[in-house]
Design a protein around this ligand. Structure first.
Ligand code: FE2
Ligand code: FE2
Length: 356
């Protein structure tokens, strides 16, 4: 069988305690579009909210299960540390810092990570987010056609001892930013960073299961004793946007992630079609992965399996997309239920809080 290579992330699903608070934060403060208001198909008395660009294109989607009674999650091996969203450039990034801090959300950075600049914040549940500049890219310290060949150490000025924290703290946009300007628009998933306690096994997994390639071997710039590996859809010339998965390599006895509020629940990569997803399922089975049957998620079809560290990974189809049950102009406006739950709408709807 030919090697299957994912185009990149389809969506990332996180856990929220309160759907209304999550809506305020991601729609009103970060300016993402609510593209679907539905329920968790497996627990239909709770919300599942989807945010993305205007059409909910794969690679831009952040989704949230509402777990009102769950405990707080924690990051660790087999979990995600942060989800990074893309912004055009440093000037626009500083506007985000100003807008967020003016709204009472603490922001750290901007830090120069070499390949991009980063600011960090947490959502109301404690999920760590990053806003990262699109460039300059991974070829600043290796040839574009030979990424990921050797361990590359950051410059001294990028490490904790070499950084001017006072200057970093002070950097911000000079004016308040009450309205999100078009130029500031967050442009989908820049990268997702998690933890492994076995980088060799993780490399084998992301390459063989998903067709991603190792594009950078470096160290965690905030903790330089820890290795930091990056994978992406890379054809030997170009790294595709929305495809960069990164992992910090921890020691084998390190603590594992705990599912819960403020944690990423799973990450989903793209399959182009139903046929490709079926081929992928066969491919994963041939590699010895335990893969679910294909599940119909209404807006895409899904299969699920786990990374060697225990991270839940999904492959979701690009079609049919979010306009399957709503006009493209009114995505996210009404509570949408899949056909098989529509008959229970009168019982389900009163259990859900009204979202404005
Ligand atoms: Fe990051
Ligand atoms: Fe998912």
């Amino acid at each position: 069988m030919s090697q299957l290579t994912t185009t990149g992330f389809h969506h990332v699903t996180m856990v929220s305690r309160d759907a209304a608070r999550t809506l305020d934060f991601y729609r009103d403060l970060l300016g993402l579009k609510l593209v679907k208001k539905t329920v968790n198909f497996d627990v239909p008395e709770t919300y599942h909210l989807y945010f993305g660009d205007g059409m909910g294109n794969p690679g831009t989607l952040l989704t949230f299960f509402e777990w009102p009674n769950a405990g707080r999650g924690n990051w660790g091996v087999g979990g995600i540390h942060h989800v990074a969203l893309s912004v055009e450039n440093e000037a626009e990034q500083l506007k985000w810092k100003r807008r967020l801090t003016d709204n009472g959300v603490p922001v750290s950075g901007p830090y120069n990570r070499g390949y991009f600049k980063s600011i960090y914040l947490a959502d109301p549940d404690g999920q760590i987010l990053e806003i990262a500049t699109a460039g300059p890219g991974f070829d600043i310290d290796e040839p574009a056609d030979a990424l990921g060949q050797q361990v590359i150490l950051p410059k001294a000025a990028q490490l904790p001892d070499g950084r001017d924290e006072r200057e970093i703290r002070a950097a911000t946009h000079p004016e308040p930013v009450p309205v999100i300007e078009d130029s500031m628009t967050l442009q989908g998933i820049h990268h997702v960073t998690g933890f492994t306690d076995d980088l060799v096994a993780a490399n084998e997994f992301y390459e063989s299961a998903l067709g991603l390639r190792l594009i950078k071997k470096s160290v965690n710039q905030d903790d330089p004793d820890t290795l930091h590996y990056f994978w992406a859809n890379y054809d030997g010339q170009r790294v595709l946007p929305h495809s960069d998965m990164t992992l910090f390599g921890w020691k084998p006895t390190s603590r594992h992630a705990r599912e819960g509020v403020g944690q990423t629940h799973h990450i989903a990569f793209r399959a182009e079609s139903d046929e490709q997803q079926l081929a992928w399922r066969e491919h994963l089975l041939s590699l010895g992965h335990n893969v679910t049957p294909v599940l119909d998620r209404n807006y895409f079809k899904s299969i699920y399996f786990r990374s060697p560290d225990g991270l839940l990974v999904e492959i979701a189809t690009d079609p049919p997309g979010f306009a399957v049950d709503e006009d493209p102009e009114s995505l996210g406006e009404d509570l949408k239920l899949p056909e098989w739950l529509e008959g229970q709408r009168s019982e389900i709807a009163p259990l859900l809080k009204v979202l404005n």
